[in-house]
Design a binder for this molecule. Sequence first.
Ligand code: HMG
Ligand code: MG
Length: 309
Amino acid sequence: MTISSTLPNSVKIVEVGPRDGLQNEKTLISAEDKISLIEKLADAGISYIESGSFVSPKWVPQMGTSSEVFSKLPRKAGVTYAALTPNMRGFEGAIAVNADEVAIFGAASESFSQKNINCSIDESLARFIPIIEAAKAANIKVRGYVSCVVGCPYEGEIDPQQVAMVADKMYKMGCYEISLGDTIGVGTVASVQKMLQAVVAKVPTEKLAVHFHDTYGQALTNIYTALQQGIKVVDSAIAGLGGCPYAKGASGNVATEDVVYLLNGLGINTGIDFDKLLSAGWFISDKLGKAPISKVSNAYRAKLAETNK
Ligand code: HMG
Ligand code: MG
């Protein structure tokens, strides 16, 4: 039983740590360690793992091993291993190594679109059409991201109608789900509510996901707001890894450990084994040589160290 009838009974976690997280970590992680991380996440019960991206390695060197990761990755039944693909070349690279799904990524801000993928919003939408057509022909589902849904590092506040317009276009083009990205983590309950109200007027709520970076520490409250509005898919990154290379100052995604702790407290089912999730976060944090950006994870680790004294 959840504590409120307005909250969902279950939530799907889309784990983006191996992609969104590791793309912005200074320490380069080997393909072997990425594979170990992905396997630990799957073993913890995560059913959707964005495992890499097929972008220019000159732009994002951390993702340069994605082909190797996908080709060597042992797959667990029931888990979707997805890849980010900005263009046809990326799409072809992803399906060559059997990515289960792909994600295309647009933005609600012109300036961010230029900085991130080197084209305007309209040009990006035109680039997505052949990807969606090829994906349909290959029976591969396409997820769509809209970045900068409340704020942009170059333009400041973003008009919710602009977000709704881009989300609607990507949905109508054939994305089965639209993930709304607060790329620089500036959203608050009020701005997120306003943005969601505009988007749900165009795209059905059950086709939406939220993707909060936690730069200003508002991600969990914003997720709670989204859940109250009927959204049941939440993106997060193990150990709060990463950020976006084209959004200076943006911190990592909200930590999966923090989201699952919140959801467990609300009695919302995720199908995730919390202890295994914590271990996965400690594994990658140790590889990166830093503590997780997750208060929950650090609190549990401190408690464990105390018990083992
Ligand atoms: P471009 O320069 O406009 O494209 O880049 P181009 O076609 O002229 O190609 C330039 C070079 O990239 C060429 O190589 C191509 O071969 C190569 P060169 O001749 O210079 O040696 N290239 C590729 N290489 C590998 N894979 C490819 C590919 N395509 C071209 N698929 C491009 C356009 C999109 C490729 C470039 O801008 C790029 O790679 N950008 C990286 C964007 C990125 O990964 N950003 C981070 C992910 S988005 C994000 O984090 C936000 C999100 O999390 C949601 C949120 O938080 O809001 C999703
Ligand atoms: Mg992101």
